[in-house]
Design a protein around this ligand. Structure first.
Ligand SMILES: [Zn+2]
Length: 258
């Protein structure tokens, strides 16, 4: 084989590899691929008197859900990675998924993190600043360990208020000050916001934009899309879903494209 022919064969193989790996993963152009952002709260069995038992997913179910995702080709990414893919054409795995945790419960470190570590996957922590100082909440040390492991930190306000009902100065404080507090405390970018209880309106979105966030997540069910950066939909994972419930939700979104 001449050097020339060898080179052209290598070029053909490289081109084939590019095609088979999925053009969306290697494209340098902005993309509009919708991405599922899973929404979790507490990873534990609900106490008998829990007011919102559906916010609890047992560790056993969570572990099963992570195994199911891995077996079916999903790979966890951060919201920043998704944003870079959408707007800058950065690479994403063929089946990306974001795994987000709201509020900042201690069980995120104790019961969720080990199962993400097993896959070398990052999570996204939507942290309410006041939860750093309550029992059952994450400590600053806990948060630092997650961040050192590649997790993304997002703001879920200072005190988890009902944002649309706040006056202008309280709204700015909750949205903007929470970002600067988290950045100063942990020394990482805080590029995304998560609306407490999914409550927002046009005025709240303006405040989030003004504070410099790139996007914000809601509790509206569906896939996240770049056309609505401040109304990113999520896939709620409830305590009664189990592995099959999550699988059904993801498959129905993939089929319906919603
Ligand atoms: Zn919350």
């Amino acid at each position: 084989m001449t050097p020339y022919r060898y080179t052209s064969a290598a070029a053909v193989l490289a081109a084939l590899a590019l095609v088979s790996s999925g053009l969306s993963a290697t494209s340098a152009k902005p993309s509009s691929t919708p991405v599922p952002i899973l929404m979790y709260h507490v990873i534990a069995d609900p106490p008998r008197d829990a007011p919102y038992p559906e916010l609890y997913v047992s560790e056993r179910d969570f572990a099963g859900q992570m195994r199911w995702l891995a077996r079916h080709g999903y790979r966890a990414v951060t919201q920043r990675q998704v944003w870079n893919h959408w707007h800058r054409g950065a690479a994403l795995p063929p089946k990306p998924v974001v795994i987000s945790f709201d509020d900042g419960y201690r069980s995120v470190v104790d019961a969720a993190w080990p199962h993400l570590q097993r896959q070398s996957w990052p999570g996204v922590l939507n942290l309410t600043v006041k939860n750093l100082h309550v029992s059952g909440g994450l400590s600053q040390y806990n948060v630092r360990r997650l961040l050192a492991d590649g997790w993304e930190l997002a703001s879920h306000t200072l005190t988890h208020p009902d944002l649309p009902s706040l006056d202008a100065s309280a709204l700015t404080r909750e949205v903007s000050r929470s970002r600067s507090v988290l950045r100063a405390k942990f020394g990482v970018p805080v590029d995304f916001f998560c609306y407490p209880a999914g409550r927002y309106d046009a005025r709240v979105i303006r405040a989030v934009r003004r504070a410099g966030y790139l996007g914000a997540t809601t509790t509206v069910d569906g896939l996240a899309r770049p056309a609505h950066p401040y109304e990113l939909r999520r896939v709620r994972v409830s305590g009664s879903d189990g592995v099959s419930g999550l699988a059904e939700k993801l498959q129905s979104y993939r089929l319906s494209g919603s």
